[in-house]
Each structure stands twice: as structure tokens, then as C-alpha cells.
Design a protein. Structure first.
Length: 114
């Protein structure tokens, strides 16, 4: 069955960095566009970074230059390197395909203190 397992949660100060990782299973990963989504308290879950099967990346405007999404098709993993973190980046981060599938992982909490 489809499964996404996120890791890399953390509490960091503003300006710090974190690297999130996600392992996918149950899909033909190398052919699947993947994304990182985030959901802050009281907000909807939004796509913030996307990587095509061929490695082309796109980002939400507020993320450009700070976050980098990457994938390893041999390991079925997709990572999100987050630099220059801001308190408003505090959220639960999820990975899923793009467009998303009904199955979601538990997500990973990122908390950025000011």
C-alpha cells in the first residue's frame, strides 16, 4: 500500500536550518512528481515545494532561495533542506505525490522560535 514516512522534526531558532526526509513506498517513485506540503495551526495544508520525476523544482514564492527540494530515485526518498528559517515556517510538514494521494503520513513538526 501507499505509504509516506517523514522524519527530521525539530525546534530551531530563527535563522537556523533543518533537513526533512521522506521515504515513499507503494508507488512507482521514479515516475511520480513529489512535493512537500505544510500545515500551520488554523490553516489549510499547502504545497510548498514540488519536484518532477526528472528533477525540475518549483517553490512557493515565500520559500524561494531558502528551501531546496531534492529526490533520490534509488532510495525512494525526497528531502527538503530548509535554511534561514523564520517563525512563520512553524508547521507540520508532509510529503506526498503531486497531485496528492489520499494517504498521508504522520508529518513532521517544525518549530521555529524567534
Amino acid at each position: 500500500q501507499v505509504q509516506f514516512v517523514e522524519s527530521g522534526r525539530g525546534l530551531v531558532q530563527a535563522g537556523g536550518s533543518l533537513r526533512l526526509s521522506c521515504k515513499a513506498s507503494g508507488i512507482t517513485f521514479r515516475l511520480t512528481p513529489m512535493g512537500w506540503y505544510r500545515q500551520a495551526p488554523g490553516h489549510q495544508r499547502d504545497l510548498v515545494a514540488r519536484i518532477s520525476s526528472g528533477g525540475t523544482t518549483t517553490y512557493a514564492d515565500f520559500m524561494k532561495g531558502r528551501f531546496t527540494i531534492s529526490r533520490d530515485n534509488a532510495k525512494n526518498t525526497v528531502d527538503l533542506q530548509m535554511n534561514s528559517l523564520k517563525p512563520e515556517d512553524t508547521a507540520v510538514y508532509y510529503c506526498n505525490s503531486v497531485p496528492w494521494r489520499d494517504t498521508w503520513g504522520q508529518g513532521t513538526q517544525v518549530t521555529v522560535s524567534s
